[in-house]
Design a protein around this ligand. Structure first.
Ligand SMILES: [Zn+2]
Length: 536
């Protein structure tokens, strides 16, 4: 059993039982005082009065016996003390957790603070968080006694020193990370929660998973991503777009743990292109209809598909301009969509105030996409100097997944990925890293993106190392995964920067990541909107 507390729709605890790959439709108990999340269209019950603890335990047992996930939402102070909670260690917390009311209001004291925007860190700072948002960032008062570690924080400690503040602020619990480093929650601008790397060994799995299995997979991957320190992601295309809209909405409603998600909806792709799930060995009738929502052949059809995706809930759009490494019958170096096709999508998206990103490996497709007006490129593996310069001129950002080639070439090879995938991966890995070096040197805005789904979802921070190895400063690499990514996503006022007004999405690491960037692989604490969701 896992327990999370998320601050939406007032103060409450959210208990999630049995988030496993096997789980069936969500099963909700909504207790008094909580509104029912509109997006949770699976089985759910709304209870008008306070639900007795024994009844909660009984429903949990029934749900578990049936292999269902059971989500219990409770108003603070009602179920918190109940049987359903007692005896189960909070995954998210410890002694601090017990005294932390889950309101999203606290103070975190940081030995070093990398705010995500500035080029230099601050030292001995405290971040005051009220209702999930950052209220202030300021030096820790000198009079405060120094305690060791971040695990024994006391709610009493530090209250008296906040004399100048309001009554409410004086009562805030304090999290002590004075021997550690705080950073903004990280942002991964290229993920696919409806896929796992090992799926590449046999893509026919996408034609056989049920809708419930895809949702379970996406929920598990979203949770893993959050616990790895990534509090916001850009979901760059899905073979099961409807499931990802649902996932995004469940997380936003506080019903499921996961990062904030901007999702592109379906891949906009030509028939048989890099975003088409139709493989020769799968009978046509077994191809999930949801995977075919973005397939088009003319500019007008692309415009229609783009509009349909926006109407269905896409936050931005993704075009598959050239062939892909992980698809059947396509070549990464070969253009697929025409410039006119891409222009049609850009027109529809920009009219709706949304951005477009283009999957490109080929140089020609990179140029076409930039000239068609896209806002960013994914991969950009085979771009030549002139196209990189054009990107700078047009302010087009790159999200370059420069680490996963190593994973595919080693673990993927062991797992028996098809030889064509391995060959295309080999053809694009080093080439892409060289493009990355050039792009950084000439000032292309670089968005941190790993292509999670090709890379395991718990390896989100593994790419920082190679970005630094290939020329980035550690601070620039961190900014690509915080303020730069947030600003590109239009979320710069919300996340990616530890500053007043933003959500308190904060991670803590033990080491100094400016000295050892791989320290970001070892997250000590993850906080989303002022709620500690991981602490170890
Ligand atoms: Zn991808």
């Amino acid at each position: 059993m896992i327990v999370h507390a998320l601050p939406t729709q007032g103060v409450r605890l959210l208990l999630t039982f049995g988030v496993t790959p096997l789980f069936a439709p969500l099963f909700l108990l909504v207790l008094a005082g909580c509104t029912q999340p509109e997006s949770a269209d699976a089985d759910h019950w709304q209870i008008e009065k306070t639900f007795p603890e024994e009844a909660i335990a009984e429903q949990v047992a029934v749900g578990e016996a049936e292999g269902r996930a059971v989500v219990v939402e409770a108003v603070e102070g009602e179920a918190v003390e109940g049987e359903a909670v007692a005896g189960n260690a909070f995954k998210a917390g410890n002694a601090f957790k017990e005294s932390h009311d889950g309101s999203g209001s606290l103070i975190i004291r940081c030995g070093m603070l990398i705010d995500g925007l500035e080029d230099h860190p601050l030292f001995q700072q405290e971040v005051v968080i009220l209702d999930g948002r950052i209220a202030s960032v300021r030096p820790i008062a000198d009079s405060l006694p120094i305690e060791h570690g971040g695990h024994e924080a006391s709610v009493d400690q530090g209250r008296e020193d906040i004399q100048e503040d309001s009554e409410a602020m004086r009562d805030l619990p304090v999290w002590d990370a004075r021997d550690q480093t705080c950073l903004p929650g990280l942002i991964n601008t290229h993920v696919h929660f409806d896929a796992n790397p090992e799926d590449a060994a046999d893509y026919s799995v996408y034609a056989t998973r049920t809708e419930e299995e895809v949702l379970a997979l996406a929920l598990a991957n979203a949770e893993t991503t959050l616990l790895s320190g990534f509090t916001t992601v850009r979901h760059t295309g899905a073979w099961f777009p409807s499931t990802i809209y649902k996932l995004r909405d469940l997380i936003e409603a506080g019903v499921a743990p996961g990062p904030r998600i901007q999702t592109a909806g379906p891949y906009l792709t030509i028939p048989g292109g890099g975003g088409d799930l139709r493989f020769p060995e799968i009978p046509e009738e077994q191809i999930p209809a949801d995977s075919q929502r973005g397939i088009a052949t003319t500019p007008q059809e692309f415009a229609d598909r783009a509009q349909a995706a926006i109407d269905a809930g896409a936050d931005f759009l993704k075009v598959i301009a050239s062939g892909a490494v992980f698809s059947m019958g396509t070549e990464p170096g070969a253009p697929e969509m025409t410039r006119e096709d891409i222009e049609a999508v850009v027109r529809v998206a920009h009219e709706a105030g949304l951005k477009v990103t283009a999957h490109v490996h080929s140089d020609q497709s990179g140029q076409d996409a930039i000239l068609a007006g896209v806002d960013s490129l994914e991969h950009a593996s085979l771009l030549r100097g002139a196209s990189i310069a054009l990107a700078v001129e047009r302010g087009v950002a790159f999200s370059m997944d420069v680490f996963n080639g190593t994973y595919t070439d080693t673990v993927g090879r062991e797992q028996g990925y098809p030889a064509t995938f391995l060959q295309r991966n080999a053809d694009t890995t080093e080439a892409q890293r060289e493009v990355f070096e050039k792009a950084y040197r000439v000032g292309v805005p670089l968005l941190y993106g790993t292509d999670a789904g090709v890379l395991p979802h718990d390896m989100g921070a593994w790419q920082f190392g190679i970005m630094v190895e290939r020329g980035m400063t550690p601070m620039a690499a961190i900014k690509s995964a915080t303020s730069i990514a947030a600003s590109h996503m239009g979320m710069g006022q919300e996340v990616g920067y530890i500053a007043p007004g933003r959500w308190a999405d904060i991670i803590v690491v033990r080491d100094n990541p400016l000295q050892s960037i791989d320290g970001l692989k070892e997250i000590a604490l993850v906080m989303k909107a002022g709620i500690i969701v991981r602490n170890n």
